[in-house]
Design a binder for this molecule. Structure first.
Ligand code: MN
Length: 202
């Protein structure tokens, strides 16, 4: 069973005005599709062609670079679509809100740290909110299509929230203004989905 592009749970224009329709169409339909196709090509005929993407990423140091780039690309984008929603925004609640307060002092302090991780990532990459092995939350960023699940990650953990800061994620609408995209991103974060990932990861 080859890897497949997951369908979006909402229309490509549903995140307007924060994330525009054309960006979503190209980002999901072209960029993510290419990661899926190239991952399948890279794994064709190998023992890992039917493996779980998480298992591949956890031992990514044993794989060639195309698997790292495209496997990361597939996982990261699948997560990204799932943690956004037209009904997103607001603030987390319950256990997730408590864990964020415990780790960062407040939700606003967390937002600032996460935005900073995305803003200061030079070139292309991702900002993450992760659950660490010790049960606490952390914020970090990774280059390219790397992520904290990978055994080469400098900030290992289970990704709960991921924000794409590649230019293809925002350039059509925001051009060089990455901070404006990051500010808009908060309006579409699906905190229910993030809380579900947190509950499952614990
Ligand atoms: Mn992307």
């Amino acid at each position: 069973m080859a890897f497949e592009l997951p369908a979006l749970a909402y229309a490509t224009d549903a995140l307007e005005p924060h994330i525009d329709k054309m960006t979503m169409e190209i980002h999901h339909g072209k960029h993510h599709q290419a990661y899926v196709d190239n991952l399948n090509k890279a794994l064709a005929g190998t023992d890992s062609a039917n493996a779980k993407i998480e298992d591949i990423l956890k031992s990514i140091s044993k794989f060639p670079m195309p698997v790292r780039n495209n496997g990361g690309g597939h996982y990261n984008h699948s997560l990204y679509w799932s943690i956004m929603s037209p009904n997103g925004g607001g603030t987390p609640s319950g256990d997730l809100a408590k864990a964020i307060d415990a780790a960062f002092g407040s939700f606003d302090a967390f937002k600032q740290k996460f935005a900073e991780a995305g803003t200061t990532r030079f070139g292309s990459g991702w900002a993450w909110l992760c659950l660490k092995a010790d049960g606490t939350l952390c914020v970090c960023s990774t280059p390219n299509q790397d992520n904290p699940l990978m055994d080469i990650a400098e900030c290992p953990g289970t990704p709960l929230l991921g924000m794409d800061v590649w230019e293809h994620a925002y350039y059509l609408k925001y051009q060089n203004k990455r901070p404006d995209y990051i500010a808009a991103f908060w309006n579409v974060v699906n905190w229910t989905a993030v809380a579900e990932r947190f509950a499952k990861a614990k």
